[in-house]
Write a protein that binds this ligand. Structure first.
Ligand SMILES: *Cc1c(COP(=O)(O)O)cnc(C)c1O
Length: 431
């Protein structure tokens, strides 16, 4: 034990100093030049990204997340219109209090994965609550929804099966599908004709799974879930939806896309996040049939080989979910704010896409430079929004994506619209 500590400095001291062994000298020189060459390559790649105008600068927030935030380098309060904080629960006093309490009673974390010694009473309680919330038999927690998506498909599907996936599905669904051996079909965005012909093609497979985002985050459009469920019934397929941009606030009581279309429990499997509307800390889950959830606990790699969700995070999500269930008016608040924004913007002459009832409101501008300049000017007026352009969205379809929250007041919404109108006139987007 002790000896290995002594060895360490000696090896390190060879690096870049007097070298005793000729082999070592060659080896070091080799690694050094590979490292230098790689550094050079990476730096060129970064320059390319900057030249393409797609380099992402991260603004630094120095307050809690909320409708009004403090941003480094700005002395005024900024109105935030680009968070996934749809219900304003990320820094709700009751959520914060629940997190602090759990930190005191259950500690910072488990230093373990779930199956060794990382399962607590509060994990089980939250899983039960999530299953009940979605009307499913059981639920399993992950560190993130990215992990839930990475861990699902490999467990459920083998080479005898087929997965049919919308081409615009979230990156984590695409990655999760890459990890499984099922036959892969990618249908054109929300194209039910193509989905149907692929289902016919996959008719000899043992299982067919249709996989789609419930709501697509770039366009704010909602998948035609009723049609998907009809096709699933006709061709004996299962339906999986990712509800990250729906859980907690979309549909009459916030149950998501299934509820929005009144499809009582037609969806087999739901993955979603606790890192957006449901408290906004972190965490993801799968809700579905009991046997699937039990099998995931046995086989799902991100679950088996990654740490348990920290107790304060569990408690924050659990409290947020309580608030959502106790206040069924919250989704209505998001909806009325959304309608106020959409109506005023459309009246002013802006082109908005997406579902009229969804709080993701893409303001279409077309040109990438225009979108980025528009967003910069909005920030100067104290409104934080982000311009999206190629390659995140198709060329010529640059936009500013506005996200409405229940935490915004009507005055906040109006201030944002006023800024859009005056900058829009100045930049000749509207008359
Ligand atoms: C945000 C998001 C995820 C990832 O969720 P995390 O919990 O942050 O990992 C997955 N799918 C969709 C559709 C998302 O919008």
């Amino acid at each position: 034990m002790q000896r290995s500590y002594f060895l360490l400095p000696r090896i390190v001291s060879n690096y870049g100093c007097k070298v005793r062994s000729p082999w070592l000298s060659q080896h070091r020189a080799g690694t050094a030049s590979v490292a230098a060459a790689t550094k050079q390559d990476l730096s060129e790649e970064l320059t390319d990204i900057k030249n393409a105008g797609t380099f992402k600068h991260e603004r630094v927030i120095v307050s809690k997340q909320g409708a009004k935030i403090d941003v480094e380098g700005s002395s005024q309060k900024i109105l935030n219109f680009c968070a996934n904080n749809y219900l304003g629960l990320s820094s709700h006093p009751a959520v914060i209090e629940a997190g602090i309490k759990a930190l005191q009673t259950h500690g910072a974390g488990l230093s373990s994965v779930r199956f060794i010694c990382g399962t607590m009473d509060i994990h089980k309680e939250l899983e039960e609550k999530l299953a009940k919330f979605h009307g499913k038999e059981d639920a399993i927690l992950y560190i993130s929804c990215f992990d839930a998506n990475a861990g699902l498909f490999e467990v459920l599907l083998s080479q005898d099966d087929a997965v049919l996936s919308d081409e615009l599905n979230h990156a984590s669904i695409i990655d999760g599908i890459r990890l499984c051996k099922a036959k892969r079909y990618r249908y054109k965005h929300m194209d039910m004709k193509e989905l149907e012909s692929q289902l016919q093609d996959a008719s000899s497979c043992r299982r067919r799974l249709i996989a789609t985002d419930g709501v697509f985050s770039m366009d704010g459009n909602v998948t035609p879930l009723g049609d998907i469920c009809d096709l699933a019934e006709k061709y004996k397929a299962m339906v999986f939806i990712d509800e990250c941009h729906a859980t907690g606030f979309f549909g009459e009581t916030g149950r998501g896309t299934e509820e929005y279309f009144n499809l009582d429990n037609k969806v087999d499997i739901i993955n979603s996040t606790l890192g957006k509307a449901v408290g906004g800390a972190a965490g993801g889950y799968t809700a579905g049939p009991r046997e699937l959830v039990t099998l995931l606990r046995q086989r799902s790699r991100p679950y088996l080989f990654s740490n348990s969700l920290p107790p304060p995070v569990v408690a924050c999500a659990s409290k947020a979910l309580d608030l959502i269930m106790e206040h069924p008016d919250l989704p209505h608040l998001v909806l009325s704010n959304t309608q106020r924004f959409r109506n005023k913007m459309t009246e002013a002459g802006f082109a908005l896409t997406g579902d009229p009832e969804h709080p993701i409101c893409p303001v279409m501008l077309g040109d990438a430079k225009l979108a980025s300049e528009f967003a910069d000017q909005m920030l100067e007026r104290g409104i934080y929004v982000i311009g999206f352009s190629y390659p995140v969205v198709p060329k010529g379809k640059a936009r500013i994506r506005v996200q409405i929250s229940a935490a915004h007041t009507e005055a906040d919404i109006d201030r944002a619209v006023d800024a859009f109108v005056s900058i829009g006139r100045q930049l000749k987007v509207i008359n």
